[in-house]
Design a protein around this ligand. Structure first.
Ligand SMILES: [Zn+2]
Length: 413
């Protein structure tokens, strides 16, 4: 089988780590559902060592068990230390996929660990964590080299080989500061694929505006080095500082960029038609507008103003467009009006709620059931601080027990 490119979306991990931004647990769940529908390989769905994530993580693993969140893989992110592995399996014993992260560059070893750790310690802690995760029943283990792009490539290969010896399934190359360029990341990724012999993940940040280009180029290096490549994305490129590689732009680049698709296959079936919807939902949930010039989904992505361009595109869209707006599903609105009625208090009682849900073709067996769903909707509104979208209302009505778990939080006593 020829090697392929797979996508691991990290919106629910790197995205929510973004300063000043966050998502409710229901919103995180909706993102997992949309990623599953879109055909993404894996969602890095959260932090199993964080107490307030526990109910959410368990509820999503339950959805996976029920076949609702399938075939999407749900992967947790933790530090590559045995203590984090222990806490993870105490909190969420059902978890199957993990990425274990540790800094590998001398900059971080000296600057962050301040002489408390050596390169040998980094490898020792990582391998102990991998062993512990395996012993606890983890099915797949990715090992993340944080600040890989500023790490001596020889040491990085050693680190990767040690991970492989201990049974890790993938190595994540993190360009944590967005320091790489398409040429340097191609070389590093190819060397790692060849020397370590594991599938490589590309985790790129956009500090120099090259996250998408670097991800694609890195993936080419991995495949030319004889391994599968896994690109880390976030919806709308949301992530720490300047953000991560944008999901839609990555899919477009893999499919539409000059000669890429001829040699590098995107694995699975990606339903690009959902791109616009998922982008709008994330924008609404994060409360961050989509830039008008965002590839594919921005308001201006298909706007032609100059006389020559407008004339050209009317004669044949291919004159000035690489892809069509229909391909991205533009035009499917995310409606919020029903939620707005509820949050604004204009909803006038259970019969009104029944009417709102009726418009969504959701009916209730009896008044009791309607009351129960309404109560959950109220709680979800409180947590999200905004009206729910139709898909959220439908989700709560269909899976009330799961919704209840998502809305449950028990702080330390
Ligand atoms: Zn990151």
């Amino acid at each position: 089988m020829p090697n392929k490119i797979y996508l691991i979306d990290v919106t629910n991990r790197d995205g929510v780590q973004t300063a000043k931004l966050g998502l409710s647990k229901l919103e995180k769940t909706m993102i997992n559902l949309y990623l599953n529908e879109l055909g993404i390989f894996q969602s890095e769905f959260g932090f199993p060592t964080t107490r307030h994530e526990i109910y959410y993580l368990k509820a999503n693993l339950e959805l996976a068990e029920m076949g609702v969140l399938k075939p999407l893989r749900l992967g947790g992110w933790i530090r590559a230390i045995p203590e984090d592995v222990e806490v993870t399996f105490r909190n969420v014993p059902e978890i199957k996929h993990l990425n274990l992260s540790i800094s590998t560059s001398d900059q971080m070893i000296n600057g962050k660990f301040q002489g408390r750790k050596t390169r040998d310690d980094v490898i020792r802690e990582m391998t102990e964590a991998v062993d512990a995760a395996r012993a606890c029943g983890a099915e797949t283990i990715g090992v993340n080299a944080e600040d890989a792009s500023r790490t001596d490539i020889k040491f990085l290969s050693e680190f990767g080989l040690a991970a492989k010896e201990h049974g890790a399934d993938r190595l994540r190359y993190c360009d944590t500061l967005g320091y790489d360029n398409p040429f340097t990341i191609y070389d590093s990724a190819r060397i790692l694929a060849e020397k370590v012999g594991l599938p490589i993940e590309l985790h790129c940040h956009d500090d120099l505006g090259m996250a998408v280009a670097n991800s694609i180029s890195g993936a080419m290096g991995v495949i030319d080095g004889g391994q599968d490549a896994y690109i880390n994305t976030t919806i709308n490129g949301i992530g720490e500082r300047a953000g991560n590689a944008d999901l839609t732009a990555i899919v477009l680049a893999a499919k539409k960029s000059k000669d890429v698709e001829k040699r590098y296959d995107l694995g699975g079936t990606i339903k690009l038609k959902l791109a616009s919807k998922i982008s709008k939902f994330a924008s609404y949930a994060f409360d961050v507008p989509i830039p008008i010039n965002q590839p594919g989904v921005g308001a201006n992505a298909f706007a032609h103003a100059s006389g020559i361009h407008a004339d050209g595109v009317l004669k044949d869209p291919g004159n000035y467009e690489l892809y069509s707006y229909e391909e991205l599903g533009r035009g499917d609105p995310i409606k919020v009006e029903t939620g707005r009625e509820i949050i604004a208090g204009q909803y006038s009682g259970i019969s009104g709620f029944g009417h709102v849900m009726g418009k969504l073709e959701v009916t209730f067996k009896n008044r009791e059931e309607a009351n129960e769903i309404l109560e959950l909707v109220r709680y979800a509104n409180v947590e999200a601080h905004k009206p729910l979208v139709e898909d959220e209302l439908k989700f709560i009505a269909k899976y009330p027990q799961i919704a209840k778990k998502l809305l449950t939080m028990t702080p330390l006593e």
